[in-house]
Design a binder for this molecule. Structure first.
Ligand code: NI
Ligand code: MN
Length: 223
């Protein structure tokens, strides 16, 4: 399994001959590690919630590749009104071509605004992706929640945790989450993309000191 950190909450997972993309916010991301034109043919997109910094490029990608977009029920329904092939899920598991996917809770919100009105889009979520012999937790946007301790039994190979603060966990909370989850590798995401989630030098040092794997946008790891 190869995982490329594209930036913010967007990661590309290449496994079992499939290319899976999470929360595609690429073209508008000033800190993107690679552009839309550098993506492989995408098979599946996983969306965690409806905020624009997670859904920005989903329609364009879905139309280009005809890929499946897996999302919480209400967000899937909203996307299906266009040309997007959306697959609704709620908290639970299902087998897909790449392996077993579990939608897990996140403590956040999920909405988009249209003409100044907020449209609510169901529960936000995270995902556990098991493919071949590997397993990965992608937390989405979330605060620190004790549900994360349920993941300790999974023997996860990697966890991707938001750490930019303000809208999600900050580094101090991400350190606590890492200790609950006990993945072999923990990668911080959703920081330094824009001013409200920019970390101070000592916060970055905390993540490094606590054993997080720091990936720059565009960098990849192989599990
Ligand atoms: Ni969000
Ligand atoms: Mn976000």
């Amino acid at each position: 399994m190869k995982i490329t950190y594209i930036g913010h909450a967007c990661i590309l997972i290449e496994t079992q001959g499939r290319a899976i993309l999470t929360d595609p916010y690429i073209s508008q991301n000033p800190k993107r590690g690679l552009g839309l034109d550098r993506l492989p043919a995408i098979n599946d997109v996983l969306l965690t919630h409806g905020h624009g910094d997670h859904t920005g490029d989903v329609v364009q990608i879905a139309e280009k590749y005809g890929c499946r977009v897996i999302a919480p029920v209400e967000l899937a329904a909203r996307l299906s009104s266009g040309k997007v092939k959306a697959h609704p899920m709620n908290f639970g598991s299902r087998e897909f071509e790449f392996g077993r996917l579990t939608m897990v809770p996140a403590s956040h919100s999920s909405s988009e605004s249209e003409n100044g009105n907020i449209i609510y889009l169901g529960n936000p979520c995270g995902y556990v992706i098991r493919s071949g012999s590997k397993s990965v937790y992608f937390a989405g946007d979330t605060g620190l929640i004790s549900d994360m301790s349920l993941l300790a039994d999974e023997g996860l190979d990697a966890a991707f945790l938001p750490a930019g603060g303000n809208f999600t966990m900050d580094p101090e909370d991400a350190v606590k989450a890492r200790r609950l989850i006990k993945a072999r590798i923990t990668v911080p995401i959703h920081y330094n993309t824009f001013p409200m989630v920019t970390l101070r030098a000592e916060q970055l040092e905390l993540l490094e000191r606590e054993g997080f794997t720091m990936l720059l946008p565009g960098e990849a790891i192989t599990l």
